[in-house]
Design a binder for this molecule. Sequence first.
Ligand SMILES: Cc1cc2nc3c(=O)[nH]c(=O)nc-3n(C[C@H](O)[C@H](O)[C@H](O)COP(=O)(O)OP(=O)(O)OC[C@H]3O[C@@H](n4cnc5c(N)ncnc54)[C@H](O)[C@@H]3O)c2cc1C
Length: 567
Amino acid sequence: MTGKAETQKTPPQPGEWTECDVIILGAGIGGSITGAILARQGADVVLVDAGQHPRFAVGESQNPQLVEWLHILAVRYDVPELKHLLDIKAVTKHIGAHHGRKQSFGFVRHVPNREPDPGEATMFVIPKMLTEASHMFRQDTDTYYFNVAAKYGCTLRQNWRATDLDFDDEGVTVTGQNGEVFRAKYLIDASGFRSPLAQKFDLRDKPTRIRHHARSMFTHYVGIKPYDDVCGYPDALRPPAESPFHGGTLHHLIERGWFWIIPFDNYKNSRNPVCSVGLTFDERLYPQPKDKTPDEEFQHYLDMYPAVKRQFEGARRVREWISTPDRIQYSSKQTVGDRWCLMSHAAGFVDPLYSRGLSNTFEVVDALCYRVLDALRDGDFSAERFAYVERLEQGLLTYNDMIVDSSYIAFSHFRLWNAVFRVWACFTTPATMRQIQARQEYELTGDDQHFRNMEKAPYPGLWWPDSHAFKHLLDVTHETCMKYEAGEIDGDKAADIVFQAINDCESVNTPFGWKDGEDHRFYRATTPTMIKFMWWASTNGPKEMRDLGRSMLKGVAKSAVRGKKVS
Ligand SMILES: Cc1cc2nc3c(=O)[nH]c(=O)nc-3n(C[C@H](O)[C@H](O)[C@H](O)COP(=O)(O)OP(=O)(O)OC[C@H]3O[C@@H](n4cnc5c(N)ncnc54)[C@H](O)[C@@H]3O)c2cc1C
């Protein structure tokens, strides 16, 4: 990779272009927020998109880390509008009444042609004391942040497809399909899978290094019934009354695949009857049929899973299916170069399971933006300055692949799933706490070093990147699942190994119940549980937990005085 264009024709010349500091390809939520941040911090930004807002996009379900990354970006880069995504009340007030709440990640296991066993469901309720999450109706959120980018001074172009990129030692020249040319010092490609930059420099791994396999079909419906109303489970086997299945994102797990149900109608002030629906499944087991429409194919799978089918009785589809013929995994051998960055969704993708896409995007935005601003000040855009972004982007793909691959393997065996689910969930809270800790310290001192220190973690991209114990647990989990997949051990043996590894891991906390017996399936950390957890972390927890626990306890004490959540 030279970073230089292999030009076949004369590139545009000075006088034929408009100059700027940074050009961003793709004005989805990722590109628009990046543009808003850089412009807010004084950069001259051009933000272009091949399409036009409002437009449909997937990536509707938040996770707690995403919410906290947005909070960090809001304070670190002084873009208060980012706080409008921090909880459903704020989203509804500032962006509109079209979004849902996400109280939980619920998982129900199904086998073909049978009623699901009510004992084969798990749930992680997002601890409200730390963060709340939402289901974002992306056509509205993306339009809103596109307008925020405009407010902070980005030059905008819609229906403007970047067709030519030419790099030289002084900058990058980007030509649109209409012949208009921009000349920038730095290029951020936030255009997703069809990235012109990946194409230009042949950046994709061929084949992808992602082990996991899946294709996807998705759309929007109205009239989807809450699963709670149709499942017929006895009361004792339902999730806690405060967090029904319909209160969050519901995952119906099948052999090597899952349906998602993401309601936008589950918040009391929502006026949006729509529900996002998708089916993501291993294309080796479920190849796209040539003789069926997407409706027919989807109906075929609904017919196999009676309880899922009941949710769809009387429901109507309100937009066309998007159905990918091939797997949706891709990765890139390089994600930063001299004067360019392939940002998160343009760099690679694993699977929507666990809703990590946007959280990954905004972790990258956070690491990228201050580097771009520093580079603009210094006039040095060399790839070395962005080496951490490269490590982060590759790590995000690698660790996400490990947990998703393990999960798909485990879908066929409930005990193993129950164990893998715990591995994913048990580190979600410390992961969010480390972000909150850095933000609180920054807010107290104004010292950006608190954020920069987060980058010293040994495993960038792991959701709790500081923890050797967690890295080990994830390694054991993935190795064990692969052995089960290869037929070297049976499902019970695999489950025993992962449960044992959880029990042996001193960083897995007991107050939440992660080490409880296997019949503990719904995890809802109330405020007293959270306080017990922080107390455990700061007194009995291992060293890597202690600091987190103590600083969070301090935060709790202050918030209690103010009568607010930890913020
Ligand atoms: C099936 C599926 C489900 C998902 N579900 C979730 C989820 O629940 N939660 C989650 O967090 N993430 C999810 N993701 C990931 C999520 O969709 C992405 O992380 C997110 O959309 C990235 O936002 P973005 O703004 O970076 O890119 P996008 O929203 O993809 O926007 C890219 C923009 O680039 C523009 N563009 C493309 N080519 C060009 C060009 N040549 N010139 C100019 N503009 C161009 C496009 O028009 C588009 O507007 C999912 C992904 C998939 C595939």
